[in-house]
Design a protein around this ligand. Structure first.
Ligand code: GUN
Length: 291
């Protein structure tokens, strides 16, 4: 991948810079953890199939582990792997005390029930926050392990001293990975939240009202300049690969003149998501040693 240019526009959220600060803190804390407990935090990843972007994301997660001194264990299955085999591995990892975090890279092949797989990850090792117990806790406002991407968005808002209380938040996309948890986490912070999705009629009439717009649809360039209001804060969570390049869900150049802040693709929420995953792995290790 080509290195990204420096972010110099104050309206553009530099996700890499925020991620670096989070990782620096995690690395420090990991050092302390190792001194105190004589063990390293460890993350096990599970990748099923040959989906090139998923392979890349898992690789990026392993590199991040290396940067912050977390052990990472790489488990791979072929595309045609049976659900029972994956669950068997998860149960083994659940029982191994030296493994603190378990991450199953999504999407899984169609013949596998993702929800069933997520349910099998021990809640205290569920660093992605996809287990229904952790999702349920988030819903009642007890945020522990929550999905990493929305947590990165919340962290970025804090970084810019933006309190979402009372703001109009519009989330486009209702996935379990981003859309739904983003809506819940902003609701937990007393924003007025609306969730739009593929069946929403007249998307623009909703997005135009947003003070904060979070877009996670996977539809390249879905959001144009005329669909947002002046002074909006935009988080672009979309990733579409085309001709070996990545594109977001937001038509960046068209929307930029109207924004107060915008997270770009690449270099926005992606690095922040991985940094939060590192934080969660340390959190899981602490939880399991009884810290
Ligand atoms: N696929 C897309 N985003 C994510 C994520 O945050 N975690 C996992 N495990 N898979 C994903």
């Amino acid at each position: 991948m080509e290195p990204l240019p420096e972010v110099t526009d104050p309206r553009v959220i530099d996700g890499r810079k925020i991620a670096q600060a989070i990782e620096a803190n995690v690395k420090n804390e990991v050092g302390r953890f190792i001194k105190e407990h004589g063990i390293k935090p460890a993350l096990a990843t599970i990748l099923v199939g040959e989906h090139p972007p998923s392979k890349l994301y898992v690789k990026l997660k392993h590199w991040a582990c290396k940067r912050v001194d977390i052990i990472s264990e790489d488990h791979k299955f072929p595309q045609e792997a049976k659900q029972e085999e994956i669950i068997e591995l998860i149960e083994t990892l659940n029982r191994r005390p030296e493994i603190h975090g378990i991450l199953v890279q999504l999407p899984l092949p169609k013949h596998i029930d993702e929800r069933e797989v997520m349910m099998r990850i021990a809640p205290q090792k569920d660093v992605d926050g996809f287990n229904p117990l952790n999702m349920g806790k988030m819903l009642i406002g007890r945020e522990g392990f929550v999905p990493c991407t929305p947590k990165g968005i919340v962290r970025a808002l804090e970084e810019f001293n933006i309190d979402p209380q009372g703001m109009e938040v519009v989330v486009v996309g209702h996935s379990n990975v981003v859309g739904k948890p983003a809506a819940i986490m902003l609701l937990n912070r007393n924003a007025t939240v609306k969730v739009c999705h593929v069946f929403t009629k007249d998307l623009k009439s909703h997005t135009k009202e947003a003070d904060i717009l979070i877009v996670a649809t996977g539809v390249r360039g879905l959001i144009k300049g005329d669909m947002v209001k002046e002074g909006v804060i935009v988080f672009d969570v979309g990733i579409t690969w085309f001709d070996e390049k990545v594109y977001g869900d937001v038509d960046f150049d068209d929307v930029l003149p109207k924004v107060k802040l915008i997270s770009p693709v690449p270099g926005g929420v992606g690095p922040m998501t991985i940094a939060i995953l590192m934080e969660h792995t340390l959190m899981a290790a602490r939880l399991q040693v009884g810290d």
